[in-house]
Write a protein that binds this ligand. Structure first.
Ligand SMILES: Cc1cc2nc3c(=O)[nH]c(=O)nc-3n(C[C@H](O)[C@H](O)[C@H](O)COP(=O)(O)OP(=O)(O)OC[C@H]3O[C@@H](n4cnc5c(N)ncnc54)[C@H](O)[C@@H]3O)c2cc1C
Length: 437
């Protein structure tokens, strides 16, 4: 394929979502001298924490190094899972069936919490609860999905069922898979408009969100914390770290527990209605049983395909990565080869050593971190749970709040060695499963 020919004349190297809402720092709120709670990071996790704290009568200030929303929260694919977001651990031991069920049930709660916030705050963000199809890349994977469906239905009432290969075209316009799993309790939304709505809800409750106020220093003292930011200092009783894939040297204890990975997405030009209807006849979102998982869906207005791939191992720009992602899309839906790309972008997610998200307290700091690539519902949920815990009103300890936030002896926060190693291992496992499956 002539790679340069895939770019539309209107091509932009920035998120398609930013056509509807662009992160913005024109309203530079002053950094206050003090706040009950200081939240570092203004993505979904930080804002959800602040929103819930404000509902509970606790004053929170959110500090972000860039424009609020500049991180992953306005860049994602907008696929929303519940129980199906919980993955198998990569290096750590698999959780017991009871523990897995606990996490699935809480992740499902996160899905319904997100839906409730969207409804309560009347956020117009293309919320489409139209389910997800996970294509099996081998016959063995299809068999494994049957077991997975049973567990998901039992622990989280996920409405999961299998679709055999001969009926696959009822779900997706592709013959690429060996059948797959439908999960009814899944959705997709416009990630930047959801972000904008969450931010507006915070603004309306008087939450102070300080843009371009990167936190550069953190010191614990008898009464709480002193924070230095790029635009002034403040003190706070509690600190929340919500920096996920953008966690830096400010918090080395978290940096060594999180592996930041860049994920990439492309959006196509508008496609013909009959092709769109054949790609996604039920407006589902799509993922696969691959470990390096592609994810795709139609745009909220149903006019184009948004196709992403979660992992890269080399440092490429979004434009450089776009042809590789487009090839993957065409492999699955050959008719796409006649069309062009209008947008390509990327952003950081944070993997954890045990592939599970974590919320809790470490070195005196509260945190909600480690989305492992699925954070629209999950980070909203963990932020909300964290706020309830800080306010002392949580009536149970959520499944992601454990005393374990594992490190790995080979990883100290420098991803340059670990990421290619793990990436190539996953790629090999995917290749092997296809070959032998
Ligand atoms: C390309 C891509 C596709 C994705 N697709 C999906 C999907 O389809 N479904 C899904 O559920 N999830 C998806 N995700 C994951 C999801 O977007 C994230 O899990 C979620 O947005 C993380 O929210 P957050 O609030 O934890 O972090 P972020 O939104 O990343 O926010 C972290 C913030 O911390 C700030 N920060 C860092 N250091 C400092 C500092 N020292 N001082 C102040 N601020 C600081 C950063 O500026 C940033 O704004 C995707 C992510 C990407 C990048």
């Amino acid at each position: 394929m002539e790679q340069s020919g895939i770019f539309h004349e209107s091509f932009k190297e920035r998120p398609y979502w930013w056509e509807a809402y662009t992160p913005d720092a024109s309203d530079l709120q002053e950094v206050p001298l003090e706040s009950e709670v200081a939240i570092i990071g203004a993505g979904y996790a930080g804002l959800a924490t602040a929103l819930e704290l404000s509902k509970l009568g606790i004053e929170a200030t959110v500090l972000d190094a860039a424009e609020p929303g500049y991180g992953a929260s306005t860049r994602s694919g907008g696929l929303v899972g519940g129980s199906n977001s919980i993955k198998k651990p990569l290096v750590a031991e698999a959780p017991s069936p009871e523990r897995a069920a606990e996490m699935m049930a809480d992740a499902a709660d996160g899905f319904y919490l997100l839906e409730k916030i969207i409804q309560d705050e009347q956020i117009d963000c293309g919320w489409a609860r139209t389910g997800r199809f996970t294509g099996a890349i081998s016959k063995k994977h299809f068999k494994a999905q049957e077991k997975q469906a049973a567990v998901m239905n039992e622990s989280a009432d996920a409405g999961a069922y299998m679709v055999p290969q001969e009926r696959q075209r009822e779900e997706i316009g592709s013959d690429y898979y060996h059948g797959g799993l439908v999960v009814k309790e899944a959705a997709h939304l416009h990630p930047a408009l959801y972000y904008a709505g969450l931010k507006q809800a915070c603004d309306e409750r008087g939450v102070r969100i300080c843009a371009k106020a990167g936190v550069t220093g953190l010191q614990q003292n008898e009464s709480g914390w002193s924070l230095s930011t790029q635009r002034g200092d403040l003190t706070a009783r509690d600190v929340v770290v919500a920096t996920n894939g953008y966690t830096g040297d400010l918090t080395p204890g978290f940096k060594r527990r999180l592996v930041p990975i860049s994920a990439y997405i492309i959006a196509t030009e508008e496609l013909p209605p009959d092709l769109l209807a054949s790609i996604s006849p039920k407006n589902r979102s799509f993922v696969e049983t691959l470990r390096i998982v592609p994810f795709f869906r139609l745009s909220p207005d149903g006019t184009r395909l948004v196709f992403g791939s979660r992992v890269k191992w080399r440092d490429l720009t979004a434009k450089e990565m776009a042809p590789l992602i487009f090839d993957r899309a065409v492999e699955r839906i050959p008719e796409l080869a006649d069309f062009k790309i209008t947008h390509a972008w990327n952003g950081n997610v944070a993997l954890t050593i045990d592939e599970q998200p974590h919320v809790g307290k470490l070195e005196g700091m509260h945190y909600a971190l480690g989305c492992n690539g699925s954070g629209v519902a999950q980070m909203t949920y963990m932020g909300t749970q964290l706020a309830r815990k800080i306010a002392g009103v949580a009536n149970y300890r959520c499944a992601f709040d454990t005393d374990q936030f594992p490190t790995h002896p080979l990883y100290k926060g420098n991803k340059s060695l670990l990421v290619p190693l793990v990436g190539n291992y996953l790629r090999f496992r995917d290749w092997w499963d296809r070959k032998t499956g």
